[in-house]
Write a protein that binds this ligand. Sequence first.
Ligand SMILES: [Fe+2]
Ligand SMILES: [Fe+2]
Length: 373
Amino acid sequence: MTTPTTTPHPDTTPTTASHRMPAPQPRGPVSTTLLAALRSGTPDELDPGADGTEPLAPVAAALEAAGIDGPDATAVVLTEDVQLALLVMYELHYRGVDGVDDAWEWHPGLLALRARIERPFEAALRARVPQPECDATDAAGVAARLFRLAADDDSPSLSRYVARKADAAQARELIALRSIYQLKEADPHTWAIPRLSGVPKAALVEIQSDEYGGGHPGHMHHELYARTMRGMGLDDTYGAYLDAAPGVALVAVNAMSLVGLHRRLRGAIVGHLAAYEMTSSIPCRQYSNGLRRLGHGEDVTGYFDEHVEADAVHEQIAGRDLAGRLAEQEPTLRDDVLWGAALCLAVEGDVGAYAMERWQHGESALRAPLPPA
Ligand SMILES: [Fe+2]
Ligand SMILES: [Fe+2]
């Protein structure tokens, strides 16, 4: 055993401070009432409210009025308003939200409201993403099926567009848009670690160790991403561009949190990671080429250059030792492993398709164009 020293990692790279996500601008009655309730005090002070009303009652009423329990629930749950509310609820499990007391994280009333959103959300995702068929039950066979799923993905190629055509403003939009996940890169998949055992657990830890810099704070992938942002004149504050992110981007991040936070869905978060890794290496080379074509240097391309190498290794570990072995170890999880992979390809593909569509019409892929660098 090595003896810990007082300076275990003399890494001099500047890293971002740990802070809460700034409270976002509400996008409708559900997110308005939720943010108002969460920011009005601690649950203890408010529960039941000083005037005898339960502080979350207006949120429940807004959800009901939106139709969360009705026949169109799977459409209601995908609106920007409800997705933003869900993202705020999930954020309490990550870094927290400015002005929101930490005790809200495990408030039973809030968890009950979240479940009311999650039920139709999972149903909407299951309807959007069909269960991939698979005959294999062994690790190698399941891994091969995952690689085929990733190879067959026919979403429009955002990375090829960035490599060849994107202009400077579109490249900045893309980096801002992706930041709502990339500044917490790897965190949703980390929830799976205590829920696995044996080979799949060791494989996930091996991947996550790279994602978190292998002990070097400045090499953490979310830190490399922050560096890219700074190099492009963007604000690297955690959550800085949440208000700019369209609903489709919120769905992609919330889908990750949903399958990450529920142990029942551990197969799906593992499959999600496998697909993410399998569709990263070549696109990252294209993003890097595109950013270089636009005149950027290593400070900006470093994040993508790192992933060209790292994810070529990660996709092998994720496919065979993590996802394949988990499906072999717990056969009842196999279908969710495959579905989680298909989910990743679908929701990430939706974000790319949305951005390309907007750009083709000469519009911003964000809710409001960014101020110039
Ligand atoms: Fe990464
Ligand atoms: Fe990776």
